[in-house]
Design a protein around this ligand. Structure first.
Ligand SMILES: Nc1ncnc2c1ncn2[C@@H]1O[C@H](COP(=O)(O)OP(=O)(O)OP(=O)(O)O)[C@@H](O)[C@H]1O
Length: 193
């Protein structure tokens, strides 16, 4: 079955504030979508709603295919060397070609460094390596370019393009511009409540 992600008539309330309402989107296999907007408009909230981690105030989400989320929380043991921390998930995820992600993200030489010592950009690349190893069709990326230099940003854009070219879906929340295949953008301010 092909990947699909559909959100219908979503409203989001945080605390006492309605952030946005009437937001719908539909992504099919191969689609990428840039979720844009200023700080605090609700980009992360939308990503968390799509991931099933936050209940929408109104509306419904339906998905076909597994989802993988990258946000500011790094789901890797900070006390383990990077190679071992990734290895833990590789075994759980049944990943057979773990070296590929380390290569693609230029992490090979950091294998023996404890995760807590990695720089911001290195941690972001480690999170992407874990996502690649999971081989899930729907990627939800919250500010994936934060902390990355220009070369690493271009690598992320290339990885997303590759993922979509092979039938994946990518929804990317970013306050900065990002080159995604198809160039579709959803601006949260357009749905301000
Ligand atoms: N648990 C919460 N209770 C109340 N308000 C919250 C809660 N979580 C977030 N907010 C508020 O909801 C708004 C949207 O937050 P969100 O993190 O989704 O914005 P964002 O567009 O991703 O911002 P940024 O670009 O700064 O990451 C913010 O004003 C934030 O303060």
């Amino acid at each position: 079955m092909q990947a699909q992600l559909i959100a219908k008539d979503i409203a989001c309330r945080r605390g006492e504030r309605l952030l946005f309402k009437g937001l719908s989107l539909a992504c099919e296999a191969g689609d990428a979508l840039h979720v844009a907007g200023a700080n605090g408009v609700g980009k992360s909230s939308l990503i968390r709603i799509l991931a099933g981690l936050l209940r929408p105030f109104t509306g419904e989400i339906s998905t076909t295919g597994d989802m993988g989320l990258i946000d500011e929380r790094l789901a890797l043991d900070p006390h383990q060397p990077l190679g071992r921390a990734l290895g833990f998930w590789e075994r759980l995820d049944g990943c057979s070609d773990a070296g590929r992600a380390l290569d693609l993200l230029q992490l090979d030489e950091l294998r023996d460094i404890p995760v807590r010592y990695l720089s911001t950009g290195q941690k972001k690349r480690a999170a992407l390596a874990r996502l690649l190893n999971r081989k899930c069709p729907i990627w939800l990326l919250d500010e994936p370019l934060n902390g990355l230099d220009a070369q690493a940003q271009a690598s992320v854009e290339a990885l997303v393009a590759q993922h979509c070219a092979s039938g994946g879906i990518a929804v990317v929340a970013s306050h900065q511009s990002i080159a995604l295949p198809g160039g579709r953008t959803l601006t949260i301010e357009d749905y301000a409540a």
